[in-house]
Design a protein around this ligand. Structure first.
Ligand code: GLC
Length: 625
């Protein structure tokens, strides 16, 4: 083979992804007078990004070209944490790599670490400089060193790229405020509130309690600016190609520091259209496809995680539907799986979960997979449509209200301990905060000195972990869940956080608890050992690869959620009991799903059958072949 020059490799990558880039930019921006200038500038930025890419990362690009399924493999296990709360600083994180390795983690998501505005900054999601690390956490050199250290351990690094908005202190915003028309076009300004009011007729409130409305008056300018989230988070104007260009430059800059996964924050809101919710408009997908093409051209090892927490059909579009199939996000959060996990735990009834997951989700995705999770740093919103609830004879609003009350802990008989987040009086919507352990019942069990309740809660957690490990996708452990950290209400004493109950489930990592859990004491020890065991088994099973189809099946009892992983070597029947009662399953029904050996791959033991039936214990979980 001839020796290829770096330029030739770039040209080949450009040619490969050209069809994902230019046609969409033509559609989005082709009508503008400055379009040719923009195209030339973008091409130059891509070339420069590629030229600046370190040799080690170019080798990684090649390796991932050869192994494009690297993020779908069964040894992928994710961990998400706040750098400061987990280990103080980026250097501190580097010292904890051994801990992550022992947990089986191969993918680390550091929550916002780019320089935010001074607090309040929405937990770092109000970024004022994309090229600088939050000084409390370290420097860009520290990030680069951490990325290198993780790479040597076979772990990838994910960081947030907030591209729907910047902080009002970002340089672009400052220039806009100072009157520079070029930068004023980076945001969405209005001279009076007539347009904002017209848009607001169809917009949905994101933070109705502490940031009502989607527009903020800027007294310095005498104008209104679009702010979907908090008043300090100014939405970028993606109808302006020069915004696209600047963000591409930032992406390549971060990629060249060794970041493997860009978590593109709040992408649904990137395109505005009067008379709509301004969420998930078709242009959003063109933008995201074109952004992904830019990564593939100049930093091919990098993949995109698109954060869009929406209803089922809408969420799937972020993994590429229709003309974008296989060409948009590589990863997206399966928030519907998460919502229905909690829903079915409350009701001890998996029928709605089965229905939604079977009717709305394909058995297999192209070049993409889910992030499967039980908890994250955000609240739980009950993304259950009225139609889906109705198909099981439930009222959408009443069912959602019931779930809020249940996880708030106020519903009689609830095992959960949580808090409400962003109660919307108008829609009745009430979201929920709380850690995995507290929502699953450990906190209440401990408070009441009820060991049986604690034991059941431990099994709820491990059943959920086994579910997200087997479903198909990258299971994500949210910091502290592995040692069953409880709700932390110290945020109530901090005036800059007290009105945001999401801090309830953002505790500081307790390394003494970790040490105790490692010594084998209490429920935390059970959760830690159980989590590790599940992830170790997952890694050993190619049947759980993300590209293996997942088919939801009906195995009878309403308490049991079941799916098949349709591997070429034969199906794996995964069963999860969502109740505290033992459920009997007939061997015949299991056989009808293609099970013949009756071996549980999770415990690596044969199932014991009695009178042709298998007893699935309370919150039991098995992966049967
Ligand atoms: C995403 C983040 C959330 C943040 C919001 C605005 O949804 O997960 O924490 O508040 O974006 O940036």
């Amino acid at each position: 083979m001839a020796n290829l020059t770096a330029t030739q490799v770039f040209e080949m990558r450009l040619a490969r992804s050209a069809g994902d880039l230019w046609p969409f930019l033509d559609r989005l921006y082709g009508h503008r007078e400055d379009y040719d200038a923009f195209r030339a500038a973008l091409l130059k930025a891509l070339q420069q990004g590629w030229r600046a890419r370190p040799a080690e990362l170019k080798t990684l690009d090649l390796r991932r070209d050869l192994e494009p399924d690297w993020f779908q493999r069964s040894d992928m296990v994710g961990y998400a944490c706040y750098t400061g709360r987990f280990a103080g600083t980026l250097q501190g994180v580097q010292e904890r790599i051994g801990y992550l390795r022992d947990l089986g983690v191969t993918y680390l998501h550091l929550m916002p670490c780019l320089a935010p505005r001074p607090r309040p900054n929405d937990g770092g999601y109000s970024v004022m400089d994309y090229r600088r690390i939050n000084p409390e956490l370290g420097t860009m050199d520290d990030l680069e060193a951490l990325a290198g250290a993780l790479r040597r351990e076979g772990m990838s690094l994910c960081i947030d790229l907030v591209l729907n908005h910047t902080a009002r202190e970002h340089d672009w915003a400052r220039r806009a405020m100072a009157g520079d028309p070029f930068y004023q076009d980076f945001y969405l300004f209005f001279d009076d509130d007539s347009q904002p009011r017209a848009y607001e007729r169809t917009l949905i409130e994101i933070f109705p309690n502490d940031a009502p409305g989607s527009f903020t008056f800027v007294p310095e300018m005498g104008k209104w600016v679009w702010t979907t989230f908090n008043d300090h988070q100014w939405d970028l104007n993606w109808a302006n190609p020069w915004v696209f260009l600047e963000i591409v430059k930032v992406m390549l800059y971060l990629a060249n520091k060794g970041v493997d996964v860009l978590r593109l924050d709040a992408v649904a809101f990137m395109w505005k259209r009067m008379g709509t919710r301004c969420q998930s408009e078709p242009e959003v997908h063109m933008l995201l496809r074109a952004l992904r093409a830019c990564s593939r051209i100049a930093s091919a090892a990098v993949i995109h995680l698109e954060e869009a927490i929406t209803g089922p059909a809408e969420m799937l579009t972020y993994l590429g539907r229709g003309e974008h199939d296989g060409r948009e996000g590589n990863l997206a959060y399966h928030n519907n799986l998460m919502v229905h996990f909690w829903g079915a735990l409350a009701t001890r009834d998996t029928r709605l979960m089965r229905h939604v997951l079977r009717e709305n989700f394909p058995e297999v995705l192209t070049n993409a997979t889910y992030m499967t999770y039980l908890r994250c740093h955000d609240d739980i919103g009950w993304a259950i449509t009225d139609e889906d609830a109705g198909s099981l004879g439930l009222s959408g609003p009443l069912h959602r209200a019931y779930l809020s009350d249940f996880y708030h802990g106020t519903f009689p008989g609830s095992f959960a301990e949580g808090a409400l987040f962003q109660v919307n009086e108008e829609t009745g919507d009430k979201r929920i905060s709380g850690t995995l352990a507290s929502l699953a019942g450990i906190e209440r069990g401990l408070d009441r000195g009820d060991p049986r309740a604690v034991e059941l809660a431990v099994h709820r957690i491990l059943m959920g972990k086994a579910l997200i490990a087997a479903f198909g996708g990258v299971p994500l452990i949210y910091m502290g869940d592995e040692i069953a950290l409880l709700n932390d209400d110290s945020y109530l004493d901090d005036p800059l956080r007290a009105d945001d109950s999401r801090w309830l489930h953002r505790p500081v990592m307790d390394w003494e608890d970790v040490a105790a859990a490692e010594r084998g004491e209490g429920p935390a020890a059970q959760v830690l050992a159980g989590t590790k065991a599940i992830m170790v088994r997952r890694a050993a099973l190619p049947q759980l690869h993300g590209a293996v189809p997942t088919r939801i099946v009906d195995i009878g009892p309403k308490e049991v959620f079941a799916f098949l992983r349709l591997a070429p070597t034969g199906p794996v029947l995964c069963l999860f009991n969502f109740s505290e009662e033992t459920v009997m399953l007939s061997a015949e029904d299991m056989g009808a799903q293609g099970v013949s050996q009756f071996v549980d791959l999770l415990s690596d033991a044969s199932l014991s059958l009695q009178d042709g039936a298998f007893a699935l214990l309370p919150y039991g979980r098995v992966w049967v072949v």
